[in-house]
Each structure stands twice: as structure tokens, then as C-alpha cells.
Design a binder for this molecule. Structure first.
Ligand code: FES
Ligand code: FES
Length: 156
């Protein structure tokens, strides 16, 4: 039985000291230990993108990342994107305004991938948007409205 260890994870700018097992995923720890349930668990095997968070500003599948591997890095979840008073981030606003959310299960992951894409490339082409979101699956929207929402926020 592997021993638990105390680690410090920096999530949305705050350090959290927690006890983890070596095999615990970042997703498990974010949701179950720290209560950041905005990050969703879909397939839990690296293929749907629902669990996407940013680690040092790179889209990262939290279900396929060990919590211990995120020590010393900056983790951002969907909870870190909205303002402290609950004001939606422009990307979130654009998803709402453009009807890019149906069941909403894919949305936090989509939004985090969009943030990373727009940070790297503030004015992406449609192809670049598709490429940037290619790891995020949506079963509801057919993607057209998501692409429209990303274009709208990039243009704004
Ligand atoms: S839950 Fe992580 S990729 Fe599906
Ligand atoms: S809105 Fe339902 S999976 Fe995307």
C-alpha cells in the first residue's frame, strides 16, 4: 500500500496543502478533496476533454495527470476564470450569448481550452479554433455555436 504524502497545490492563485495518495489524479483531488467541482469528470480516460484545466497555462487533462505531478505549477480551473463577485469571464459570456451551452457538461473544459487558445492566438481562424478545441468533445451542440462563441469573443 503506497504511503500518502502532503503536497501543496496552487489552484486559482491559492496554495492548498493536502494529503494525497501517489496514484491520485489531479481531477480526483480537485473535485473531491478541494471541492472544485466545476471541472467535470467525463470518460476519466483521457478522451473527452471534460476535465480540461490549465496547468502553467497549458490545457491539461486532469483525469490523466497525477496530482503529485502538478506540485509547483499554477493550476487554473473554471472557478478561477470568473470574477470574485461572480461576473462571468468574456469567454463564458460569449458561450451563453451564442447558445454554445446545452447540457453544459463539456462547457468548463471547452472554456478552459478556449482561454488557452486565445491567450496564444487572440485572433484564430475557424481552422485554428477547431484545432484548438479538437480535444474537447460535445455531444449536444454540433460545435457550430461553440465556434461562433469563440469567434465572437476573439472579435470583441
Ligand atoms: S474525463 Fe478526462 S478526458 Fe474525459
Ligand atoms: S453542451 Fe452537452 S456535451 Fe456539450
Amino acid at each position: 500500500m503506497a504511503t500518502k504524502q502532503i503536497i501543496v497545490l496552487n489552484v486559482n492563485g491559492d496554495d492548498h496543502e493536502i494529503l494525497v495518495k501517489p496514484q491520485q489524479t489531479l481531477l480526483e483531488v480537485l473535485r473531491e478533496t478541494l471541492g472544485f467541482t466545476g471541472t467535470k469528470q467525463g470518460c476519466n480516460e483521457g478522451s473527452c476533454g471534460a476535465c480540461t484545466v490549465l496547468v502553467n497555462n497549458k490545457p491539461t487533462l486532469a483525469c490523466s495527470t497525477l496530482a503529485v505531478a502538478a506540485v509547483g505549477k499554477e493550476i487554473m480551473t473554471i472557478e478561477g476564470l470568473a470574477g470574485q463577485d461572480g461576473t462571468l469571464h468574456p469567454i463564458q459570456k460569449s458561450f451563453v450569448e451564442n447558445g454554445a451551452i446545452q447540457c453544459g457538461f463539456c462547457t468548463p473544459g471547452m472554456v478552459m481550452s478556449t482561454k488557452s487558445l486565445l491567450d496564444r492566438n487572440p485572433n484564430p481562424s475557424e481552422e485554428e479554433i477547431k484545432e484548438g478545441l479538437s480535444g474537447n468533445l460535445c455531444r449536444c451542440t454540433g460545435y457550430a455555436k461553440i465556434i461562433k462563441a469563440v469567434k465572437a469573443v476573439a472579435a470583441g
